[in-house]
Design a binder for this molecule. Sequence first.
Ligand code: NAG
Length: 998
Amino acid sequence: MAAFLPLLLLAVAANAALLVSPSLGLNQDGLYLLDAKRALTASALADWNPRDATPCGWTGVSCVDGAVTEVSLPNANLNGSFPAALCRLPRLQSLNLRENYIGPDIAAKAIAGCKALVRLDLYMNTLVGPLPDALADLPELVYLSLEANNFSGPIPESFGTFKKLQSLSLVNNLLGGKVPVFLGRVATLRELNMSYNTFAPGPVPAELGDLTALRVLWLAGCNLVGSIPASLGRLANLTDLDLSLNALTGPIPPELAGLTSAVQIELYNNSLSGPIPKGFGKLAELRSIDISMNRLGGAIPHDLFEAPKLESLHLYLNSLTGPVPESAAKASSLVELRLFSNRLNGTLPADLGKNTPLVCLDLSDNSISGEIPRGICDRGELEELLMLNNVLTGHIPEGLGRCHRLRRVRLSKNWLDGNVPGAVWGLPHMALLELNDNQLAGEISPVIAGAANLSKLVISNNRLTGSIPSEIGSVAKLYELSADGNMLSGPLPSSLGSLAELGRLVLHNNSLSGQLLRGIRSWKQLSELNLADNGFTGAIPPELGDLPVLNYLDLSGNRLTGQVPAQLENLKLNQFNVSNNQLSGQLPPQYATEAYRSSFLGNPGLCGDIAGLCSASQGSSGNHSAIIWMMRSIFIFAAVVLVAGVAWFYWRYRSFNKAKLRAERSKWTLTSFHKVSFSEHDILDCLDEDNVIGSGASGKVYKAVLGNGEVVAVKKLWGGALKKDVENAGEGSAADNSFEAEVRTLGKIRHKNIVKLLCCCTHNDSKMLVYEYMPNGSLGDVLHSRKAGLLDWPTRYKIALDAAEGLSYLHQDCVPVIVHRDVKSNNILLDAEFSACVADFGVAKVVEMAGRAPKSMSVIAGSCGYIAPEYAYTLRVNEKSDIYSFGVVLLELVTGKPPVDPEFGEKDLVKWVCSTIDQKGVEHVLDSRLDMAFKEEISRVLNIGLICASSLPINRPAMRRVVKMLQEVRADARPRLDKDGKLLPYYYDDTSDQGSSV
Ligand SMILES: *[C@@H]1O[C@H](CO)[C@@H](O)[C@H](O)[C@H]1NC(C)=O
């Protein structure tokens, strides 16, 4: 035994040496780094080798005099907790871990050790919870970025005590409370970026005007209310001011003209009123100013254009009056001028464009008169010229024909006359040429062959003459040709038939003649063909029936002869009109019904089983129809007897039930949240089992037609004793919880896109909720049934926007914030006009903001296919999961498919869309029932859906941003204004509903 002992000791010692020896050479800093590595998983750290003597050569590590001073591992796929051990590095000055997956918190105790830290960059990680006070104690900290995490709660008071901080970025978190006054004490600040947080409504602290060293102040999307404090004008070093996307009111303080270093001023999307103050023209560095989407009035101050470096001016969607100042013509740097949707009048400066390198000019939707300045494109840079809906007169300037960069020209709805300059037809980059509703004359020039990028040519309602040149066949990207309401003549050139991209061909109301094109096989995308009211002759080509997506066919008012070809039965037509021709023969059986009567009127020779058609042949089939008539009568009589019997039975049964109800009903109490004109008795009287319109985990929903004719929806919750504890064990029944959730959240909410809870009725365990009635049911029901045809793209788009606005209100305007937790198409209801409301708040949660971490939920809420992936590892209640679900709803709208479907195999809709796009392309996910005239818009909404449904919550934009993005989908759709200049609801694009005669 004794002999063994030394041996054993030796072995132990050798082992210990083996364990330690690789690190023996590594210095202390290196050991700390290895310690930090343990908190993370990342292949990027593979070369952090314990056998090295110093860590100074390791990836991401920098040293000065052998001591680690910087660790920089941006976008390195680091996954794990905050590497607290790094704060033991005594000389660490810079720590950059941006764009990784570090979470859930910054180890507050450990971070206090980072005494030498100057820069800390944690942009885009997965950090949550309150901001740690300890950060403010770091004595050397100059730069702190916590942008794009999910920090919540108010900004701690300690953040007013930073000693050296120059740059603070908290953009895109879930921070609450108000924008704090105490930040005005961090006198060293040069950049303060707090945009896109879920702050409670509050003012811009005037104290921020004390931060005289400030260069950048970003407070966009911070729920700011009240007026802009004049004190901000003291920030003489400020280059960037962004207060956009808030609810600021009142005038723009003239003091802002004191921002002598300003380069960029963003005040768009607020409710600012009054005139634009003078003085901005003196700002020597000013390059861009955006005050669009406010309520500004008065004239544009002429000195504004005197700012020598001004490149971009956005003042659209205000109520500005007066002319575009003459000084605009002298702005030598101006590239972008967007003044659309104001009340500007007068004429444009005659020299506009001569000295100005304009790229984009948008003056649409004003009352500007006079001529388009001759030299508008003299500098040759112009790409977009948008002046639709003004009262412009005179000719289109010849110079535009030499304007080779032009991509978009929209001059519709003016009083322009004269010939369209020939060269304009053939500009090589032109994608959209829209000249409709003017008095333009001349012919479509054959130079159009050069318009290699032209996709939309809209020249309807002018005085154009001549024939459609055969060169049109070279415009390979042409998607829309709308030239209705002109005086075009001659035949259709056969080259038209080779345009493979053509989706809309709208040529009604011209003097075109000859035969319709035969043998067309290229029109795979054609959805609308309108050749009505011309002089076409010959037969309807049967091949039209083979066009795969044609759904609008109007050949009425021509001199077509022959039969209606049977092939047309292949088409799924929304509009079918061949009336007022000289067609003859039998109708194809599918069309020989009353529903198509108006499609065939005015063709004396046409026969079918439609009363009034083909009167000449009635006599011969007289006997036949008499027999049919008799059989129908017998059948109808039998049906009436059956229905009457059933009705009598129900009536007896119900009157028995009602007697029972009457005894009960006196005990109910009603609490109303809106003015209602009925009593609890009225409601109880109309709860019939045959009026049940829905049934779910918490209760049944009835449609109730009240005595006064008013229609409401009544949700009767299952009695307390039933369905015990489905959701929150020990907290009462699911029905109780859902009742309380609905009453607590919905009772107070007033928003057009959130279903109105009119009142609730209670009696012991029985509870009823009374809502406004939504006659078109739920989006899910309509979209995933045969009724989906009712939802054309503009309707779907509107539904998406409505629902987004409702959710945005819950997330960003309600205090405290409300998380719906069960966003799905079945909880989006549609009223008679298909406006959408978010409904069913049975599992909604109010997220307390008062400094506490968000609540954890005991149980997952939500529905299959809509549940955000992070629910797998956290049950934190968070708006981001609603945004995911909303993304799924957007994908449903775009694809027409349900969130889960056997067709997808193991995948859900989100995964199916992603993989299908990857493998086959976007076309294969879009709902084929949609009019592909909107393909661009549809694709953009698809993208927004995919961003919302990002697997990482931080990548999902806040709902307010989603609303904005959806609105931008129709950025070119000028919002229409009513007589008072008030905004009418976003709906149809001015141009897209123009060519169609629906
Ligand atoms: C403003 O900027 C100038 C030039 O960079 C600088 O000298 C001055 O100290 C700054 N003012 C303040 C208050 O920081």
